[in-house]
Design a protein around this ligand. Structure first.
Ligand code: FES
Length: 285
């Protein structure tokens, strides 16, 4: 059978380099002679595979021989000597090196100012966002000694309410019948005190106390509230809102976190202060 030389070359490429180096042209001639005797394609591939198998077995035997050979003794290395670098001698700084230039000073001052400003701004923001856990509006506020406060806002002082700015409320004396559910909710009967939220229930203006009329008179639209905070006249839809008052170890505590809706219009529970006691501060329109 005439076998193309390309098959032979392809077979040789598949063989490892060690095989080609070992057998070289001798193998080539023997292989070509074998090929010339092959009649069928099957015989050709059989020859190629057989030759490849011989090559693999030969290579494996050579590998085993190399592993079984004794290992070479390590060559003794001369000891390595490490030399320390010479210590640097420190020189004192000169006057020029110690002084700060004008540019350096301005740069540093600018940096300190910027960082200071940012720090101040950050702390201010945090303190604003941080909830107040004690004191201030929205918490329980201890106003003071009960007996002292009764004297301050009661008959002895001419029923003048005490304004507590941190709680935004007036502490007023109360001696009415308390015929409205809200009085029970704020403890007015037990304490004889009422804490009135200063915010007008009409549109939210701050309502001042008028000493002559003994009324709370709103300057915005003329709503008027009695000493007890009940609605007297004007556009306000109800009486002033209020906060619960309790006594803790003889001290008055007002809970400004629990606003109670004021009594409805028409509520009049304290006859002595049912109307104005003198001239109005905000005249009727
Ligand atoms: S806001 Fe007070 S009467 Fe309108």
């Amino acid at each position: 059978m005439k076998v193309p030389l390309g098959i032979f070359r392809l077979s040789m490429k598949l063989f490892p380099r060690a095989f080609r180096d070992r057998f070289g042209s001798e193998m080539q001639e023997a292989f070509e002679a074998e090929l010339a005797r092959c009649d069928t394609r099957r015989q050709v591939w059989s020859l190629v595979l057989r030759s490849a198998s011989d090559m693999v077995m030969s290579a494996v035997g050579e590998r085993k021989d190399s592993i079984a050979a004794p290992m070479a003794q390590p060559v003794a290395q001369p000891p390595i000597s490490v030399q320390k670098p010479p210590a640097r001698s420190l020189k004192p700084l000169t006057v020029d090196q110690l002084t700060v230039s004008r540019r350096q000073f301005l740069n540093r001052a600018w940096g300190v100012s910027v960082f200071g400003l940012l720090g101040f701004f950050g702390m201010s923001s945090l303190s604003f966002l941080w909830p107040k856990l004690s004191g201030g509006f929205g918490t329980k506020i201890t106003v003071g000694d009960y007996e002292t406060l009764l004297e301050k806002v009661g008959p002895a002082s001419g029923y003048t309410p005490l304004f507590v700015p941190e709680g935004r409320f007036y502490l007023t004396y109360y001696e009415g019948t308390a015929d409205s559910p809200v009085y029970a909710a704020v403890g007015a009967k037990e304490t004889q005190l009422v804490a009135l939220y200063r915010k007008c229930v009409h549109l939210g203006c701050s309502v001042p106390f008028c000493p002559s009329s003994k009324l709370f008179e709103c300057p915005c639209h003329g709503s008027k509230y009695r000493l007890s905070g009940e609605h007297l006249e004007g556009p306000a839809p109800r009486g002033l809102d209020r906060f619960p008052v309790t006594l803790v170890e003889g001290r008055v505590v007002v809970d400004t976190s629990a606003v109670q809706v004021g009594p409805p219009r028409g509520t009049d529970t304290w006859a002595a202060f049912s109307g104005p006691q003198g001239p109005l501060c905000v005249p009727r329109t």
